[in-house]
Design a binder for this molecule. Structure first.
Ligand code: PMM
Length: 290
């Protein structure tokens, strides 16, 4: 089964026959894993091109860290970080998504060549976001989100069925996007692993991907190097360091692709690219009558 993608993406991404790979490019000084490494626009552009060469179908450019506790940046600062990078990658033919909670940044980035808006707040942070995206007519990632990074820890509380809670809240966010005029076939959903969630919630959401898919929209999963992987693999001395979570990330990519996710968002593109190809070959063989 090939996951159905959103409408409105460039042709090369429309029917890839496998789960897509989104490479992460944080043009920030403070993201939890790659913060500071690509804060310079030239370094960011080069890393984006390298991600694409190693197999990223889409490069996701973000100018505001969402790590737990991160402070917000101004809109002007965010734009200054991302715009040239988006434009430079787009000029080189790289499909770019813009990771932002701000309608202004989304609009400018799409004008500069971004083909998808990835809003970790699912429209909650900026009341103008969904209407803006509707006007831009690009695919829109609606991620499950409850609060800004400084406060999200307080919001990691769910009933006995966290998947049911997240599905219900995603449904409301999707309704908001539809009400603002976003076309249903442009909407992608994402459970927002690590956002107002403890490890136990993230594992339940991975186990419940079938229920997320039942929302009827393409599914994006972002687990790359996140804390719940570090906690799983840690020792009594502490969690596994961020840079040693790659194999676990690739394992999640396998699970997501096998469950039918449309795309996985990762830092280490090469490992995940191989992983999704293994899954695609296996699924295809399962459909082969021989
Ligand atoms: N996670 C982060 C940032 N953006 N976007 C989506 N759609 N899904 C995610 O899980 C997600 C995201 C935080 O991770 P990073 O700091 O490594 O980018």
């Amino acid at each position: 089964m090939t996951p159905q993608g959103p409408a409105g993406l460039p042709g090369s991404l429309q029917d890839p026959g496998r789960c897509l790979v989104m490479g992460i490019l944080n043009v920030t000084p403070d993201s939890f894993s790659d913060g500071g490494r690509y804060a310079d626009p030239q370094a960011a552009l080069e890393h984006g091109l390298a991600l694409h060469r190693s197999g990223a179908d889409i490069v996701d450019v973000g100018g505001e860290s969402t790590r737990p506790g991160a402070q917000r940046v101004s809109s002007r600062q965010e734009l200054a970080r991302v715009l040239d990078v988006v434009a430079g990658l787009a000029q080189e033919g790289v499909p770019v998504s813009i990771d932002t909670m701000r309608s202004e940044t989304a609009e400018e980035a799409v004008r500069a060549g971004a083909v998808l808006v990835n809003d970790v707040s699912g429209g909650l942070a900026d009341p103008r976001m969904a209407g803006t995206v509707a006007g831009l007519d690009v695919p829109y990632v609606v991620m499950h989100w409850r609060a800004h990074s400084t406060r999200m820890g307080e919001w990691a509380q769910y009933g006995p069925d966290v998947v049911g809670d997240v599905v219900a809240e995603l449904q409301i966010a999707v309704q908001g996007a539809l009400f603002a005029g976003v076309q249903p076939d442009r909407i992608i959903v994402d459970p927002g692993l690590g956002f107002a969630k403890e490890s136990v919630h993230n594992w339940a959401l991975l186990a419940g991907m079938d229920r997320l898919l039942a929302l009827g929209h393409p599914l994006l999963i972002g687990a790359s190097r996140k804390r719940f992987l570090g906690e799983l693999l840690g020792t009594p001395d502490g969690p596994r360091p961020v840079e040693l979570r790659e194999d676990a990330t690739a394992a999640v990519s396998v699970l997501a692709a096998a469950a039918g996710a449309w795309c996985v968002r990762v830092h280490d593109v090469a490992a995940t690219r191989d992983a999704v190809r293994v899954v695609a070959a296996t699924l295809a063989a399962g459909h082969d009558p021989h």
